[in-house]
Design a protein around this ligand. Sequence first.
Ligand SMILES: Nc1ncnc2c1ncn2[C@@H]1O[C@H](COP(=O)(O)OP(=O)(O)OP(=O)(O)O)[C@@H](O)[C@H]1O
Ligand SMILES: [Mg+2]
Length: 246
Amino acid sequence: MSEHILEIRHLGKAFGAHEVLRDIDFTVDAGDVISIIGASGSGKSTLLRCINLLETPTSGEILYHGTNVAGRGVSAAKYRSRVGMVFQSFNLFNNMTVLENCMVGQRKVLGRGKAEAQAQAVAYLNKVGMAPYIYAKPRQLSGGQKQRVAIARALAMEPEVLLFDEPTSALDPEMVGEVLAVMQALANDGMTMLVVTHEMAFARDVSSRAVFMHEGVICEQGAPAALFGDPQRQETRDFLARFRSA
Ligand SMILES: Nc1ncnc2c1ncn2[C@@H]1O[C@H](COP(=O)(O)OP(=O)(O)OP(=O)(O)O)[C@@H](O)[C@H]1O
Ligand SMILES: [Mg+2]
């Protein structure tokens, strides 16, 4: 059995002739909080979508505890209950209440009974400060509240790893902080997280490792203090400089 939770090996993805990811190698261990940064179009979302089995890699392997999940015979729904994902656009079910949103996966994928699923949902909604809204529909919520519900929904599955794809990018500026605070609390609790983000302060201050992607490859990765404070590659320096002047 592999010591790593996830091991990405030589992962490649092409859309037609367009190679979007090339030879991506990295590992995710328990308690890692990994930030993935990089310019628009560098392949960050595609990488996360491959890891969540929303895209099929063109080459390479995604090992989850040593098993290649990009191969045949893997239940995507079961795997996603272990490796959950939070999207930029929340992806809540608009016809369901907050509570139902946080129960449906537990009922359908984990086979939990109604009482247990409800208790779990309420516990995690409470954790993200959304317990007062259990009977609300998503349209009645602000963006920040919706994202906190989406995080509670993912947590209610009790995943081993959570993937976040720019969880604050669709939010009005005044709501970014409440979502980042929830994510910071999760990181402090030891949750294993892979976070694609443009929030450089989060990447620098909260993550245990930062990965800089450039044109479909991992250009540089390391401790956030080193990557932000003393980047080794010119591409990393250029990217960070653009961010600082933005
Ligand atoms: N389904 C698709 N079909 C064809 N090309 C795609 C598809 N999805 C992504 N791409 C292309 O792959 C490249 C990488 O896209 P991706 O969304 O992974 O970038 P990103 O780093 O997440 O960018 P952003 O910061 O803007 O979210 C882009 O050139 C994009 O146009
Ligand atoms: Mg993206």
